[in-house]
Design a binder for this molecule. Structure first.
Ligand code: C5P
Length: 261
């Protein structure tokens, strides 16, 4: 992981906080974008908002100076996913994701075609992330679709496959961070949902971790939705999360200064 201390820990933590813009109204989305632009690094646009508002929502975020993680989790034949990825790059998103289970060929073709299109059209190349095993799946769910491996070994298998296919990183639950970091190295990006601030009621996210713990475990980016969106002051909630990330960051710096990373 490449922490850039130049802008200071607070700036670096903020850059790495992704707010999940999971709403079904453009008006609500725009209010949240305006309030949170100074507080977070990226806005995650998922299937709900994208299907409600269309690509225009990505353009609105970009026009205001924000960055976008387009979380549409593509899974299709290689050529189709590659073409979708090129459109994501044309929209100017900073990251988008695909399902690693779509195959190494699907990932390789997508990385290659997106890279070529970005060179040809002088576009910024988005980070392309792989989803390994959805956090909603249990071992029995995997069995019923014919995957006999345990969750952790399936996650590691798919993370390695993603890395070998040229992907920039993975979306991974907090408890998978350390293993993936060990298996895939320091330069492989790990984007982690399932993060809950230290004192919040831990509701529908079963496998959760605090921002500080997730950063210490080796996450590069944290995705947080509900605890910010449902707060009385979303901006304040985001600032509190950034402060917790900074503490995790401080722990990491102390660890590497002591030569233990
Ligand atoms: O729960 P919260 O609103 O913080 O979730 C933020 C994002 O994390 C959601 O958009 C969802 O895509 C993702 N998520 C996940 N696994 C879960 C729950 C949420 O990946 N178990």
């Amino acid at each position: 992981m490449h922490w850039r201390f130049g802008g200071g820990r607070a700036a670096e933590s903020k850059r790495r906080l992704i707010f999940a813009l999971d709403v079904d109204s453009i008006v609500e989305a725009e209010a949240l974008i305006d309030e949170l632009l100074p507080e977070v690094g990226l806005f995650k646009v998922g299937k709900q908002l994208f299907l409600h508002a269309g690509p225009v929502i990505v353009r609105r975020i970009k026009e205001r100076g924000g960055e976008v993680f387009l979380d549409l989790k593509f899974h299709d034949i290689p050529r189709t996913v590659a073409k979708a990825g090129i459109e994501a790059a044309r929209l100017g998103v900073k990251m988008f994701d695909v399902h690693a289970s779509g195959s190494d060929e699907m990932m390789r073709v997508t990385v290659g075609e997106v890279r070529r299109a970005c060179r040809r059209e002088a576009l910024r190349r988005p980070k392309i992330l792989a989803v390994t095993v959805l956090t909603s799946l249990s071992r029995d769910d995997l069995k019923r679709v014919g995957i006999m491996a345990g969750i952790e070994s399936q996650v590691v298998r798919l993370a390695r496959l993603a890395k070998e296919s040229g992907m920039d990183g993975v979306v991974a639950s907090p408890h998978e961070i350390a293993t993936i970091r060990k298996e895939c190295g320091r330069t492989f990006a790990i984007v982690t949902p399932g993060v809950r601030p230290a004192r919040a009621g831990w509701d529908d996210q079963k496998r959760v971790m605090t921002p500080e713990a997730a950063i210490r475990a080796g996450a590069d980016y944290l995705v947080v939705g509900k605890p910010i969106r449902d707060a009385k002051s979303p901006a304040e909630a985001a600032r509190a999360i950034v402060a917790e990330m900074e503490r995790g960051f401080g722990g990491l710096a102390a660890r590497s200064a002591a030569g233990r990373t």
